[in-house]
Design a binder for this molecule. Structure first.
Ligand code: NAD
Length: 260
């Protein structure tokens, strides 16, 4: 369905980013994977996608906490694939702490990676999309872009910021065949979520099982984690012809969390 389109997925060596890159490749898209590391495993992931889905896949190292690296990612991806038609802004980190003890450097890092990186990638990718007359921007936001939880001040702020960025870019591109939308997952079991469990166990003084059931899935009425394939499949839908008039909005994939 997306044969011949070229996609960049930021932060795509694990979790939702990797799952989304695979779903895009399954739909026929060439993909650029990205993270801040540069080792054999990173390049092997791209090679595996090429082999499995018969598309072109590349790995490009770029630290999404740095504006100039975000720009370089889009420039190198354009050189490698010929264009960037689909941009999935996915890179994100988390830190959990009461605001009084929240380290300012963690705030800065979360705002840089979870919000500002998308400003840099979008503004670099848009001229090429405008020239081609087609583009799809998918921002992986969160239920925390629509609602808040305690102890996640930086994450919730950055994700709410992403919702504003999504709407603004959609308005600025509304008269071209370019759309910009957000996907708002609830809890998806990925390394990012796995890493929060010990901290949440400490904060709530609970066992691992209780944190999963009573804290994480407490607000997810389905009582199931979403899968990376479900998030990736939603991204593919947003890039597909029936989604042409969907822009400046979000799709929640949260088992009913934000319906509560
Ligand atoms: P993850 O930790 O599994 O993957 C994050 C990816 O980003 C990794 O590939 C990592 O290498 C990369 N990354 C981290 N810092 C980077 C940097 N400075 N530069 C480039 N790449 C960097 O996380 P995930 O759970 O797959 O989360 C992906 C996105 O989905 C994030 O934006 C997150 O906020 C969002 N999200 C996740 C969940 C969930 O439950 N897992 C829910 C809602 C939203």
């Amino acid at each position: 369905m997306l044969k011949g389109k070229n996609a960049v997925v930021t932060g795509s060596t694990s979790g939702i980013g990797l799952g989304t890159a695979k779903e895009l490749a399954k739909a026929g898209c060439n993909v650029v994977l990205n993270s801040f590391t540069d080792n054999e495993d990173d390049h092997a992931l791209a090679a595996e996608i090429e082999k499995t889905y018969g598309v072109t896949a590349r790995y490009i190292q770029a630290d999404m906490s740095k504006g100039e690296a975000c720009v370089r990612l889009i420039e190198e991806a354009t050189k490698a694939l010929g264009s960037v038609d689909i941009l999935v802004n996915n890179a994100g980190i988390q830190f959990v702490s009461p605001i009084e003890e929240f380290p300012p450097e963690k705030w800065d890092a979360i705002l840089a990676i979870n919000l500002s990186s998308s400003f840099h990638t979008i503004r670099t990718a848009l001229p090429g999309m405008r020239k081609a007359g087609w583009g799809r921007i998918v921002n992986i936001v969160s239920a925390h872009g629509l609602t808040a939880s305690p102890f996640k001040s930086a994450y919730v702020s950055a994700k709410h910021g992403m919702m504003g960025l999504t709407k603004t870019v959609a308005l600025e591109t509304a008269e071209v065949d370019i759309t910009c939308n957000a996907i708002c997952p609830g809890y998806v079991m990925t390394p990012l979520v796995e890493a929060q469990i010990p901290e949440q166990m400490k904060v709530h003084n609970m066992s691992r099982e209780d944190v999963i059931r009573e804290v994480m899935l407490d607000r997810q009425p389905s009582k199931e984690f979403a899968t990376v394939e479900e998030i990736g499949g939603t991204a593919v839908f947003l890039c597909s012809p029936p989604a042409r008039q969907i822009t400046g909005t979000s799709i929640s994939v949260d088992g009913g969390w934000t319906a509560l």
